[in-house]
Design a protein around this ligand. Structure first.
Ligand code: DGL
Length: 286
């Protein structure tokens, strides 16, 4: 009896622990935003590796090393699960993270692929994948789609200038600079009229207006939303959901960065619609 109640109180304590979220910078805040919306009772600790942004142009080795350090930092904050809110890290380091960490690890690939596949199945069987150079080069989204159906027509496209556009605030649906760059990347994809277009980088939901104007015949799949739905299922399955609280009143949200607190908090406003405070971390210690 005693061990049962000890077990239950341990589970309750674990459920009250925060979710850890990381990205190379602000992009993962698109997932944090969805976590607040979909799972308002959950507390979270967010880490943005702003000192080493962007990840999308790095080697696989660097991405794996940075991702492990980011995750170790989050583990030092006693997180109960980790949401890899970065398409680049999910594509290149998810297996390694799952292997090394003893908490559930969820990336942005699986959920987005499931959703895109469902849309393509009901349509013409065509899916486009937009991501960073390292994400597209890894072939991770493509492999996951092919596992579902070898006959799918898959259109992968690296869009390396999208992250700097978002980081520098060129995100309005009618922004001329963003539109010019997006047309350069997407015009030939638009001509193919894919059923679904996976926004395989967590920065990209902020460019949904610009991208949607060009790919008007396609459904945009926001990988941040799908990843949060996936972590909801995982927390539920592990008995780790935070106890419900009125409108998320008790949820704590903490933000850490490896450089440039001011730049991060300024940008964060565009993702979260409110002011936040962030603390500096020496990520090389992890
Ligand atoms: N948000 C990251 C991703 O989802 C950012 C990319 C980068 O740092 O290049 O891939």
């Amino acid at each position: 009896m005693r061990s049962l109640s000890t077990g239950l109180s341990k589970m309750r304590a674990a459920a009250e622990q925060p979710v850890g979220i990381f990205d190379s910078g602000v992009g993962g805040l698109s997932a944090a935003y969805q976590l607040e919306r979909i799972l308002p009772a959950e507390s979270y600790v967010y880490f943005g590796d702003t000192a080493r942004l962007p990840y999308g142009t790095r080697t696989v080795e660097a991405i794996r090393k940075y991702s492990l350090q980011d995750a170790h930092f989050l583990m030092s904050k006693a997180v109960k699960a980790i949401l890899v809110a970065c398409g680049t890290a999910s594509s290149n380091a998810l297996g390694l993270l799952s292997e090394r960490l003893d908490v559930p690890v969820v990336g942005v690939i699986e959920g987005a692929v499931d959703r895109a596949y469902a849309i393509a199945q009901a349509g013409g069987g065509k899916v486009a994948i937009l991501g960073t150079a390292a994400t597209i080069k890894s072939g991770a989204f493509e492999r996951a789609l092919r596992e579902k159906d070898k006959a799918l027509r898959i259109l992968p496209r690296a869009c390396p200038m999208f992250v700097p556009l978002v980081e520098n605030g060129y995100t309005a649906p009618d922004d001329r600079v963003a539109e010019l760059i997006a047309r350069e990347y997407l015009s030939d994809i638009a001509a193919e009229r894919p059923d679904a277009v996976i926004l395989g980088c967590t920065h990209y939901p902020l460019l949904s207006g610009v991208i949607g104007n060009i790919l008007q015949d396609s459904v945009l799949v926001n990988s941040s939303i799908e990843a949060v739905l996936r972590i909801r299922d995982v927390l539920h399955a592990c008995g780790l959901c935070a106890p419900p609280c009125a409108g998320g009143a008790d949820a704590r949200r903490m933000f850490y960065v490896s450089d440039d607190i001011d730049g991060f908090t300024e940008n964060a406003h565009r993702f979260l619609g409110r002011n936040i405070r962030a603390e500096l971390v020496d990520i090389d210690r992890y």
